[in-house]
Structures are given as C-alpha cells and as structure tokens.
Design a protein around this ligand. Structure first.
Ligand SMILES: NC(=O)C1=CN([C@@H]2O[C@H](COP(=O)(O)OP(=O)(O)OC[C@H]3O[C@@H](n4cnc5c(N)ncnc54)[C@H](O)[C@@H]3O)[C@@H](O)[C@H]2O)C=CC1
Ligand SMILES: CC(C)CCC[C@@H](C)[C@H]1CC[C@H]2C3=C(CC[C@]12C)[C@@]1(C)CCC(=O)C[C@@H]1CC3
Length: 355
C-alpha cells in the first residue's frame, strides 16, 4: 500500500516547476523552508528538498500523485507564448487547469483523510496581458475588462484559465484561489526575452525602433514575481481580501520599451536600435507575414520574428498599477529595474557579442 503523506503547511507543489519562473519559485521556497513537489512534463534540474513528478497536466492520476500531502499549489505551467498551436493552448491552459481544480477538490474531500487540511490553496500564474488588445494601457488596474479580441491563442486561453481559477474560489468548500498577473518577466535563465532579442540582433534585425520609441512598458525581474507569488500564498486565508482576486505584479517602474531593449543589447555588446519605422506599417506587415505563414504552412514552415503580438508589445504603452497588491498583501518589489538588468546581462556570458 502506498504511504500516505501527512499534509504540512510547509509542503507545496509547483506545477510547471521545471520552467523559468517555476524554478526560481522553487529555489526561493526551499530557502524559506518549504519542501516542494515539482510537476512538469520535463525535468530540468535536481535539488535537495525537491521531489520531481514528470507528467502532463491533463493526466489526472499523475497529478493526484504529485499533489499528495500538499495543501498549497502554485500553477505556473503553460506552453510557450510564441507557439501558434491553438489545440495545445486549449488542452494545457484550459483542460489542464480544470484538471488541477478537480484534483485540488479531490485532495480536500478525500474522505478517509488523515488530512486535517483546513483549506487547499491555489496560486495561479496568470498574465497582465489578459487585458491587452494591442492598444495603449497606462497604469492599468485589475478592474479593466478582459480583452474582447485577444491578440493570440496564448492570451485567449490565459483569460479562460484565470476566469476558471477565480470562479473556483469557494471558502465553504475549502478551496481558496488567487491569480498573479506578472508582466514581461526577465532574469537569469529566461528562455524567451533575452535569447529572442539576441537572436534577432545576431541576424541583423534589431536596427529599427518601432514607432517613436516613447512607449512605456512594465518589465518585471523574476525575483519580484516570485516574491508576489509567495506573498499571495502566505496571505491566502478565508478572511483575506485576496481570495478569488487577480493581482498585477510588476517592477512598478515603467520604462521605455526601446530603452530597456537597448540596455540589454548594449550590456551584451550589441548595438542599440537607432532608425525609426512607423508603427502602423510594421504592424500591417507583421499581420501579412503571419497570414502568409498560415497559408504556406502545408508547404513550408517559417516563423516570423515580428509577430503581430510582439509588434504590438514593442510599439504601445502597457504598464500596470500594483496598488492592489501593495494594499492587500504588502507587495513591494525587492529588486530594482537597473539591478535586475545588470544581473540578467551578467547571467548570459554565452550570449555576449562575439562569444
Ligand atoms: N515569461 C513571461 O514574461 C510571462 C509569463 N507568464 C506566465 O508565467 C508562467 C511561467 O512562464 P515561464 O516560466 O516564462 O515559462 P516556461 O516555458 O519557462 O515554463 C513553463 C513550464 O510549464 C511546463 N509545461 C508546459 N506544458 C505542460 C503540461 N502539459 N504539463 C505539465 N507541465 C507543462 C513546461 O515544461 C515548462 O517547464 C506561465 O503560466 C506564463 O503564462 C505571465 C506573464 C509573463
Ligand atoms: C523582436 C523584438 C521586437 C522583441 C524581442 C523581445 C520580445 C521577445 C519580448 C518583449 C516583450 C516580451 C513579452 C512576452 C514575451 C517576450 C517579449 C515579446 C510575453 C508575451 C510573455 C507572456 C506574457 O504573458 C506577456 C509577455 C509580455 C511581454
């Protein structure tokens, strides 16, 4: 017979714990004395205090095994936003999240529980982009409506996922949920922002600024995102105002998109972009290219670098207010933007110009 693990408030699970944010979260949790079950389709590292469970989010049995003995779950698994596989996004972000909710209920309601679980706590990593439709957002608060016309499948399914998780918050039935909405996460080991930027620069395509370059954007150092998740988990109680709500977590230091990109590029020894191109022209071209890539898909597979989503992000304002997180859970960024950029640049020696 399998040994039953007694739940403890210092035991938690991180779904998607092999990923960029997930691993930083796991490392911080270990430092705070938690033991962690990681559930992911891949295992990318080993650490004392971490038990790995390799499996797909939609596999109920595998997930249930990983959640045994746990009363705090962080869900930060998702397919990469750059994918255009609609079915994959729907399966992982929507069905997979439904499975997480069902299995959390199952753990709570396990009749022969040795349990004594007071509540199951679920912290979802959502995204501030659930309200982004490709037009300016300045100091956006959490009460902005969800995007009616989401710009890609990633955003579309992140919206559904967040709705599911917040709706499932049910104090009577012992499931407490909260959604963290970070924006533009960066830091050591990020597989997206810096690698894509450097790749684009190496191919000679980072010479142009899209628009006039004055658009302000939030970028969030990964440690601040982790801090927001842990604060949320540790504030999540039935009487807490955070139950069933979404929270923006950013560096709270909006910066010009192109200054941020230039700081990273120059820090790694590449030239900063200098020439300006009109936003509408580049956005129109990116739409055409995207349509072309869909039409030609059966014959040739090509992935445009400048997708409509990236162009929209590069040419509009999108920064968000964190005042709700400050007020309800005492959030304050722990690493400033300048320091975050320095630490990030130093962590990529292999991506330096000429390396
Ligand atoms: N990177 C960013 O700028 C932002 C990310 N987010 C959200 O943060 C979360 C973490 O993102 P990152 O760490 O950047 O991505 P990542 O790609 O590094 O990590 C995602 C992890 O999920 C795992 N995963 C994917 N499909 C799975 C499945 N079917 N079953 C089990 N595990 C699966 C992957 O193997 C990976 O380890 C995601 O939910 C993402 O939507 C939100 C805002 C901004
Ligand atoms: C080619 C250049 C115009 C841009 C290169 C950098 C981009 C790869 C990144 C700039 C803003 C980033 C961002 C995300 C992914 C990487 C960028 C597009 C997200 C879409 C990741 C997932 C989210 O939830 C929102 C992010 C917004 C910012």
């Amino acid at each position: 017979m399998a040994t039953r693990i007694r739940p403890s408030s210092k035991r938690c699970a991180v779904i998607g714990g092999s990923g960029f944010l997930g691993r930083h979260l796991v490392e911080k949790l270990l430092g705070k004395g938690y033991t962690v079950s990681v559930f992911d389709i891949r295992q990318s590292y080993e650490l004392p205090g971490v038990t790995f469970h390799q499996g797909d989010l939609c596999d109920k049995q595998a997930l249930l095994t990983a959640l045994q003995g746990v009363s705090l779950v962080f869900h930060c698994a998702s397919p990469a936003p750059a994918s255009d596989d609609k079915a994959l996004f729907q399966r992982v972000n929507i069905q997979g999240t439904q499975t997480v909710l069902q299995e959390c209920h199952k753990i709570y309601y396990n009749k022969d529980r040795l349990n004594s679980i007071k509540e199951m706590l679920l912290v979802l990593t959502s995204s501030a982009s659930v309200v982004f439709e490709g037009t300016d957002i300045k100091d956006g608060r959490e009460d902005l409506p969800y995007a009616k016309k989401p710009i890609d499948y990633y955003t579309e399914t992140k919206i559904e996922q967040e709705k599911l998780v917040l709706k499932a918050c049910d104090k009577e039935n012992g499931l407490l949920t909260v959604a963290i909405r970070p924006h533009g996460i960066f830091g050591p080991r990020d597989p997206q922002l810096v690698p894509i930027l450097v790749d684009t620069a190496r191919r000679g395509k980072m010479k142009f600024i899209i628009g006039d370059g004055s658009n302000l954007v939030d970028f969030t150092f990964v440690d601040n995102v982790v801090h927001g998740h842990i604060l949320a988990a540790e504030s999540l109680r039935p009487e807490s105002p955070i139950c069933g709500k979404a929270y923006h977590i950013t560096n709270d230091e909006p910066v010009r998109f192109w200054d941020f990109m230039s700081d990273i590029l120059v820090g790694l020894g590449y030239a900063a972009p200098r020439y300006h191109l009109p936003y509408t022209l580049v956005y129109g071209l990116s739409l055409l290219l995207w349509l072309l890539s869909l039409l030609l898909r059966p014959l040739v597979a090509f992935k445009p670098t400048f997708t409509p989503m990236r162009v929209a992000l590069a040419g509009t304002h999108h920064f968000y207010s964190c005042s709700r997180a400050k007020q309800d859970m005492g959030y304050k960024p722990v690493v400033g933007l300048k320091d975050g950029i320095r630490r990030t640049v130093e962590s990529y020696p292999h991506l330096r110009h000429g390396a």
